[in-house]
Design a protein around this ligand. Structure first.
Ligand SMILES: Nc1ncnc2c1ncn2[C@@H]1O[C@H](COP(=O)(O)OP(=O)(O)OP(=O)(O)O)[C@@H](O)[C@H]1O
Length: 555
């Protein structure tokens, strides 16, 4: 389905390339027929055929070149479309579903499966060119003798049946290889991410290398080899039948043709001419099956990514949902909270049906311009709550209300645009990902100075000179990026955890109050009890629930 969709999207080029290819194939066959005629004719008649021979040669050459160019451009277009579709599916996926799918299948799809599917596009020209040649040759054979044509069709049909019988068995092994490959990508992530740990512990390293990584690599190799071997046997079986067909024609049918030299040489020439394309066609079949399997895996991954979460029962789509950061469009009454979480519930789902960690019911009001600290023990649900608040997780039930408007699934993405965040597992892009903007760059330089990064990093043409920094410095650079986004709500997940005392002090005592002065709303997850007094509002979590909610500014 995925492959046919891609073919559909590149059908303009495919049709042109196929026409060029069929013309080239037909001219090739006519060329053989001309040579055959020329061999049977006398010198005077042969001279008459010269023009036809030259026209056909030049046309075959020109059409072959044209079809190759068009096919190559179609292959590249198909691969580019697939990559773009995959990337946008990953970007658009519901975040909880993205987390649940995990990185390995997505990485496998973006790299390995795309390569296999691109193999299909690379082979498509060969299949069409060789298919056209074989069909043309068969048509010529049918014209020469319908008995030979019938025998050819029977041989190919027989070959296909043999191929099909083993096809399913091969597919089973290739499927297993693909599943093992997803596991392999997970191990590759360990190989890169665990580089330090593996170097510090020889026993662990040996176990990981021999029992985990090597085992999976070998499993992929074994299953792939088995699957492809079965395919190769099937292909060679097809080739063997072709030889039988040639043998039958050469050693039996020619004698049956009543000694007509034109038919005899015609059989011989056409069979020699079509042997290579026919065998090439049979060799392409295994690669096609690998591509089809890869497409199935990509589709399964896309399906998992696109599974829509169960939406909050109360959050029916509304026409007056909040729009992106045009604050003036939505005046807030002084007593209306900026954000209200009402009986909000969220639970992590697992594939095996077991219920994961449950958050809620959460009731919480967050006012504009306040500093809210979310505190609590490890695993109490602080980060999960933060992701619910900023709209990354969609609640299973309850209501999220922004400036008095109930959020709906449709307005979720617009709502997320009010937030800038530095998560504990933040990603630092080495570009600002914004069109070149002098004001932004000069603000960036100021923030780099405030956060004492100016001697380490500079911003030029929207790019950072480096992101190879210490973990504390990287977090400060992530803070610069968040501040430059100029959003009204800022979310920090244990931002100060790896800062030195000077920057901790700066963050809690200078930066947060200054941002509040600018009217920003701050939501910070923290374990730094020394600085709890900075908060206007302190919420304590335990086992997915809020166990205390204190407005410190009122006490
Ligand atoms: N992607 C996920 N899939 C399934 N369960 C998850 C996922 N992320 C977190 N959890 C579970 O949710 C619970 C709460 O996790 P969360 O990250 O919100 O805790 P936390 O309070 O932020 O902890 P910490 O202080 O250690 O950062 C944990 O028990 C964790 O196992």
């Amino acid at each position: 389905m995925l492959i046919s969709r891609l073919i559909k999207e590149t059908r303009g080029l495919l049709i042109l390339a196929s026409i060029a290819c069929v013309i080239a194939g037909s001219c090739g066959v006519l060329l053989i027929a001309t040579i055959n005629d020329a061999l049977a004719f006398d010198t005077a008649q042969r001279a008459e055929l010269l023009i036809r021979f030259l026209v056909l040669s030049i046309t075959t050459f020109a059409m072959s070149v044209l079809s190759s160019l068009l096919f190559e451009s179609m292959a590249q277009q198909g691969i580019a479309i697939l990559r773009k579709q995959l990337a946008s599916a990953v970007i658009d996926a519901d975040y909880a579903q993205f987390e649940k799918t995990g990185h390995p299948p997505i990485q496998a799809a973006l790299t390995d499966h795309v390569a296999s599917i691109s193999g299909f596009f690379q082979l498509l020209p060969q299949v069409i060119v060789n298919g056209a040649i074989v069909l043309g040759a068969m048509a010529y054979l049918a014209w020469l003798s319908w008995q030979v044509f019938l025998m050819g069709v029977l041989t190919l049909g027989f070959g296909y049946m043999g191929y099909h019988l083993v096809h399913l068995r091969a597919v089973k092994h290739l499927n297993k290889a693909s599943n093992e490959q997803d596991r392999l990508f997970k191990h590759f992530a360990g190989l890169l991410g665990g580089a330090k740990e593996l170097r510090l512990n020889a026993r662990k390293r040996a176990y990981f290398s021999e029992d985990v990584l090597t085992h999976t690599i070998d499993k992929v190799r074994q299953e792939r080899t088995r699957g492809m071997s079965i395919f190769m046997i099937a292909s060679n079986w097809g080739g063997f039948l072709t030889h039988i067909f040639v043998g039958l024609v050469v050693f039996w049918m020619i004698d049956q043709s009543g000694g007509d030299q034109r038919i005899g040489t015609g059989y011989a020439l056409v069979l020699v001419f079509m042997m290579t394309p026919l065998e090439a066609l049979l060799v392409c079949l295994p690669e096609f099956s690998v591509a089809a399997l890869a497409a199935q895996h990509v589709e399964a991954m896309l399906m998992q990514l696109s599974i829509a979460p169960v939406r909050s029962a109360c959050a029916k789509p509304q026409n007056d949902a909040p729009t992106p950061p045009a604050e003036e469009q939505m005046p807030t009454l002084p007593c209306t909270p900026l954000l209200q979480l009402s009986a909000l519930r969220f639970q992590f789902k697992s594939d095996d049906g077991e219920s994961g960690f449950a958050l809620g019911p959460i009731n919480l009001s967050i006012h504009s311009g306040e500093i809210l600290f979310i505190v609590g023990g490890n695993g109490s649900g602080k980060s999960a709550l933060a992701k619910l608040i900023c709209g990354l997780y969609i609640p299973d039930s309850g209501q999220l209300i922004y400036k008095g408007q109930i959020l709906t699934a449709d307005s979720q993405d617009r709502y997320r645009q009010y937030f800038s965040a530095v998560f504990s597992d933040f990603h630092l892009f080495d570009e600002l990902l914004s069109p070149a903007n002098d004001t932004l760059e000069s603000q960036g330089k100021e923030w780099l100075q405030h956060l004492k990064l100016n001697h380490k990093v500079s911003i030029d043409q929207g790019s950072f000179s480096t992101t190879a920094l210490s973990s504390g410095q990287r977090k400060r650079l992530a803070l610069v990026v968040a501040l430059l986004e100029q959003k009204s709500i800022l979310l920090f997940d244990e931002w100060a955890a790896d800062q030195d005392p000077e920057f901790k002090r700066y963050f809690y005592l200078d930066l947060l109050p200054a941002l509040r002065e600018q009217g920003k709303t701050i939501i910070a997850i923290t374990h730094d009890d020394r600085y709890f007094s900075t908060a206007d509002h302190l919420v304590c979590m335990d086992a997915g629930c809020i166990i205390s909610d204190i407005k410190t500014s009122e006490t």
